[in-house]
Design a protein around this ligand. Structure first.
Ligand code: UDP
Length: 188
């Protein structure tokens, strides 16, 4: 499939990201579902975004099954949503600073409320809904100024991968993860 999937369990992956945050190592995560794999194989630009990722995980049983058939087994699926929820749990214990980027404003506001309520030790240092002017650079600037540990990017595929790969060079640290419709799922 030409995508370098990480061989790791969901729990192992959360622990790995926790280490990356602790060591302040800049990280770009793509959780690739079958749709992403297909889009990347049809569109070189999307493949280029994915190739910039630090880690690519198998987001969905379809990817795990396909890998097994191709003789390169992956332990289990590691989804964007599960990774986000587990990082919120750990973030609540470890007082993470997070930035939320994406979704409709109403959904984003609900997600902020839910995180404040369920994970009170997390500090949401900034947020921006997903319908903004891409030609302006104010979001990256805000992220640089507020230095979040974790940046959840919920713009859908491939917008979130595009935004992260185009902006990544500007940051010195932070774990950036594309989480698709996870803000909607968190509040739905
Ligand atoms: N979204 C966004 N900006 C856009 C288009 C979509 O923030 O320009 C948000 C959308 O509101 C939703 C999320 O991206 O919260 C996921 O969208 P979609 O279901 O289209 O993507 P997928 O989950 O299939 O990657």
């Amino acid at each position: 499939m030409d995508i370098p999937f990480l061989h790791i369990t969901q729990q192992g992956f959360v622990e790995l990201l926790e280490q990356r945050i602790k060591q302040q190592e800049k990280t770009f995560v793509v959780t690739a579902n079958p749709e992403v794999v297909m889009k990347a194989n049809e569109d070189q630009q999307i493949m280029n975004y994915i190739k910039k990722a630090t880690y690519v995980t198998a987001d969905g049983i379809g990817v795990v099954k396909a890998a097994q058939i191709l003789g390169d087994s992956l332990p289990e699926r590691v989804t964007g949503f599960d990774t986000m929820v587990k990082l919120l749990e750990r973030g609540n214990q470890l007082h993470y600073k997070i930035y939320l980027l994406g979704a409709q404003n109403e959904v984003l506001q609900k997600a902020i409320q839910k995180i404040n309520q369920d994970y009170p030790n997390i500090d949401i240092v900034g947020h921006q809904d997903g319908f903004f002017d891409w030609t302006k650079n104010d979001i990256a600037q805000q992220i640089k100024e507020t230095t979040p540990d974790l940046i959840f990017v919920a713009l859908g595929v491939p917008r979130q991968e595009k935004w992260i790969s185009e902006n990544l060079d500007q940051f010195s640290h932070g774990v950036f993860i594309g989480v698709g419709g996870s803000f909607d799922a968190l509040t739905g």
